[in-house]
Design a protein around this ligand. Structure first.
Ligand code: ZN
Ligand code: MN
Length: 492
């Protein structure tokens, strides 16, 4: 028997707000000591009354709009009841039948093909506390309790581990573009929970069971956990049994899933309307206002980069993955217009944009990766890149030196003018340069003879020799010109 996977993704993302979802506690808890950002509301003490956070509601609607969901004007909060030590009230305030939005979609790409994945709903709820299991005891930190969470539920339309990963990456990208959250899987501000089941290939309808996967903290693990589940479930089905409906954890080290608990059905949660909160009514005008506040989203920006700057789809994709990088690129391209070296203005056009694109997708992203920092966290501005490109363009520094300058500048935050000197890039005097070229010519009589005989390609060999003798500090155009001048003179 051949099986095909049916995958749906539940993604929880902590919304970046000043205060928590239903109380005034600060939501900025990351560097705080445990249990210092708590109050009777988020500790679930008897008699404490929740009050909804407007900023969180506006953010959830913005995310929903960006995911092409339809916001609901009428919605409400419900209690989802269950017992667990990280949930002090014994219930989580969530949304059941009237979420803030439903029926959306996003486009993903797999093997260069575009595919639409449906989104069933995007609702708002509160986060739970955090359990810390040590050797002999379990500690609870309630700082996280009551942080606003958006839950985004995809339709079961995802057909492979790779599609699941790409979908999750796209959700993260959109949320980061909106500035709604840092959506960091390692930090836990974004949590991806795949629902995985198998049916006979070509079959119709959904299988009678599904397995929910938890504790996944990287995109790579989303793929690995799903792939592991395919194999496990296919083996069970192959032996004539049906996998148990359950929640399974992902063990990163053992590279396998393990049973956590048999899955509760919706009725086990005894959902009912939250009596301490009135139903929500979102004015049409509010939704329309939020719509106008949406920034340019990644797919649109990517298309604009292709059109406006003549970039390839591939380059435009890399440059628009991160909104900050995309902005840096646009600013660097604009900065060309202001760049002047020796009184000469740089020109601005598609080839300049392409140069900026090449530097960013290559050296800049590589350096940032090494530094483990974002582009806004270092002292390197778009105008700085424009200047480096221009210096290399007019042959003041070689491409190799430009890379050195860029790397140093990004790492130390030092201006290149002083760097060019300290790296002794431009210290070779005219006389010395002529001497080095002369020496190379005299040391390579065979190549010189070949060149005289019309073999032009030996010129690049000779250029290489000069570059080696000068430590790669001079532009090849300059070397080439001097070589040809001297070779011509020696022939005469
Ligand atoms: Zn609180
Ligand atoms: Mn949830």
């Amino acid at each position: 028997m051949k099986y095909e996977p049916i995958i749906g993704l539940e993604i929880h993302v902590q919304l970046k707000t000043k205060s928590k979802m239903f109380c005034r506690c600060s939501a900025d808890i990351w560097t705080e000591a445990p249990n210092t950002h708590v109050c009777p509301v988020c500790l679930g003490l008897p008699g404490a009354l929740p009050f909804p956070n407007r900023e969180a509601i506006e953010k959830v609607v913005k995310v929903a709009l960006a995911l092409n969901c339809k916001p609901k004007q009428e919605s409400k909060f419900d209690r989802k009841n269950y017992f667990y030590p990280d949930l002090p009230k014994g219930f989580q305030i969530s949304q059941y039948d009237l979420p803030f939005s439903e029926k959306g979609w996003i486009k993903i790409e797999v093997d260069d093909k575009k595919k639409k994945i449906g989104i069933i709903r995007a609702h708002l709820e509160e986060d739970t506390g955090k359990l810390l299991h040590t050797k002999n005891e379990t500690l609870i930190d309630f700082n996280r309790s009551g942080i606003p969470l958006i839950e985004i539920v995809s339709a079961p339309e995802i057909k492979s581990a790779q599609e699941a990963k790409n979908y999750a990456v796209k959700i993260q990208q959109i949320i980061r573009y909106l500035g709604a959250s840092d959506a960091d899987m390692e930090k836990g501000s974004m949590r991806v929970e795949p629902n995985v089941s198998l049916r006979v290939s070509g079959g119709k309808g959904l299988p009678f069971y599904k397995v929910e996967l938890k504790n996944i903290n990287s995109f790579r693990s989303v793929e690995k956990a799903i792939e592991y589940e395919f194999k496990r479930q296919a083996e069970i089905l192959g032996s004539g049994k049906v996998p148990i409906q359950e929640t399974r954890g992902w063990n990163e080290w053992k590279v396998k899933t393990y049973s956590q608990r048999t899955k509760e059905l919706a009725q086990d949660y005894r959902y009912f309307p939250e009596p301490d909160l009135t139903p929500m009514h979102l004015a049409k005008q509010l939704i329309a206002n939020l719509q106008t506040q949406l920034p340019e989203l990644p797919d649109v920006r990517r298309q604009r980069f292709i059109k406006a700057f003549g970039l390839s789809d591939y380059d435009a994709n890399i440059l628009t993955r991160d909104a900050k990088i995309a902005q840096f690129f646009e600013s660097a391209t604009a900065a060309f217009a202001q760049t002047r070296v020796k009184g000469i203005k740089a020109k601005v056009g598609k080839s300049e944009a392409q140069k900026a694109a090449n530097w960013i997708k290559g050296e800049i992203l590589r350096n940032l990766n090494e530094l483990g920092k974002g582009i806004l966290e270092i002292n390197f501005l778009p105008a700085d890149l424009a200047e480096i490109i221009y210096l290399a363009d007019i042959g003041d520094i070689t491409a190799q030196s430009a890379k050195l300058v860029l790397g140093k500048w990004m790492k130390d935050g030092v201006k290149p003018a002083s760097l060019i000197e300290s790296l002794q890039i431009k210290t070779l005097s005219e006389d010395e340069f002529i001497r080095v070229v002369k020496k190379v010519i005299s040391e390579n009589p065979k190549a010189v003879a070949d060149f005289a005989a019309g073999k032009d390609q030996v010129l690049s060999f000779l250029i290489g020799q000069v570059q080696r003798a000068t430590g790669g500090k001079l532009p090849s155009g300059e070397i080439s010109a001097e070589l040809q001048r001297q070779l011509k003179n020696s022939k005469n």
